[in-house]
Design a protein around this ligand. Structure first.
Ligand SMILES: NC(=O)C1=CN([C@@H]2O[C@H](COP(=O)(O)OP(=O)(O)OC[C@H]3O[C@@H](n4cnc5c(N)ncnc54)[C@H](O)[C@@H]3O)[C@@H](O)[C@H]2O)C=CC1
Ligand SMILES: O=C([O-])CC(=O)C(=O)O
Length: 312
């Protein structure tokens, strides 16, 4: 009997990449390769060895290899891209576009060479435009290149609602669509707590303040940290998507997908409800939106298009 272990490569061994690598190993989703080029080789090897030595304590089976050599990433099943630069207080995610586009181009080329059949999950910001860049540069099928924004944005939204109502986060569900920026669209009509619509439990003012806090949730953490951006919840979001793909879970999760007419948009990668399974994005759900929701999504799509227009 041959049971092939899954291989997950994490590109970028900084805050989000190292955290995601550790979570992937803890959840025994497969063996992990953590690759970082900008740092000298020894620290990435040190981090990976340190993680591996947690295995006998936490009782997980996973190899974790730190490297600067793409040959070690060959034939990965899933590749998580976290390489690049994070913003600092006062910056927008879009300020990172030029520098991170260059990083995406070089990373995409390596992934296409070494892991041509991989599913790719992009985290690097501005993530809608970076997902588009990776899709174009790898030439991979559109269902194989997926951006992470909605799981994180929805998790923030769910956290704030649960805190406000003093209930378990487990019972709060919701959907945040659109670009990963201040124009993102939390959909109140599709949000509920234990099946009860959020609008029956919270006042309009409270909901509006939660929506605003969700939209600026990344900046809130950037300002608190002072140097760098969020990484625990972003890593958890990527790992949830990785598990959905590797275990063929058929999860319905918001993710950044390449759109060909869905919601009326073309030539754009944008956050929409998706079905994630072994083939990556297996389906995009087109929800019926009310005019005010569609207008908000149009604004968000326009903001993403503005960034796409400055890609070289
Ligand atoms: N989409 C989302 O929801 C989120 C996106 N992000 C974004 O993720 C990215 C990473 O964030 P952090 O991990 O906090 O940053 P970080 O600075 O801690 O780590 C980035 C790592 O990438 C490495 N790197 C740079 N160029 C590379 C290359 N060509 N190949 C391999 N590695 C390379 C750097 O050496 C560094 O170790 C940022 O762009 C950030 O804005 C972060 C959180 C959430
Ligand atoms: O805010 C940032 O720069 C990082 C990010 O995308 C997030 O935490 O949502």
């Amino acid at each position: 009997m041959s049971l092939q272990r899954k291989k997950i490569t994490v590109v970028g061994g900084g805050f989000t990449g190292a955290t995601a690598a550790f979570m992937v190993a803890q959840q025994e989703l497969g063996d992990v390769v953590l690759i970082d080029l900008a740092r000298v080789e020894n620290p990435i090897k040190g981090k990976s060895l340190d993680m591996e030595q947690a295995a006998p304590i936490q009782m997980f089976n996973a190899k974790i290899k730190g490297t600067s050599d793409y040959a070690d990433t060959a034939n990965s099943d899933v590749v998580l891209i976290t390489a690049g630069v994070a913003r600092k207080p006062g910056m927008s995610r879009d300020d990172l576009v030029q520098i991170n586009q260059g990083v995406m181009k070089s990373v995409a080329k390596q992934i296409a060479t070494y892991s041509p059949n991989a599913m790719v999950i992009v985290l690097t910001n501005p993530v809608d435009a970076m997902t588009y860049t990776v899709l174009k540069e790898t030439g991979f099928p559109k269902n194989h290149v997926i951006g992470q924004s909605g799981v994180l944005d929805t998790a923030r939204f769910r956290t704030f609602i649960a805190k406000e109502l003093n209930v378990s986060v487990k019972d709060v569900s919701g959907f945040v669509l659109g670009g990963h920026g201040d124009t993102m669209v939390p959909l109140i009509r599709y949000s509920s707590v234990g099946g009860i619509p959020v609008s029956k439990l919270l006042s309009e003012e409270k909901i509006e303040s939660i929506v605003n806090r969700t939209r600026t949730g990344g900046a809130e953490i950037v300002n608190l940290l002072g140097d760098g951006s969020a990484y625990y919840a972003p890593a958890a979001a990527m790992v949830e998507m990785t598990a959905a793909i590797l275990n063929d879970e058929k999860r319905i999760l918001p993710a950044i997908a390449y759109l060909e007419g869905e919601y009326g948009y073309n030539e754009i990668c944008l956050g929409v409800p998706t079905l994630l399974g072994k083939d990556g994005i297996e389906k995009i759900f087109e929800l019926d939106l009310e005019p005010v929701e569609k207008e908000a999504l149009d604004q968000s799509a326009a903001a993403v298009k503005d960034v796409l227009n400055i890609l070289t």
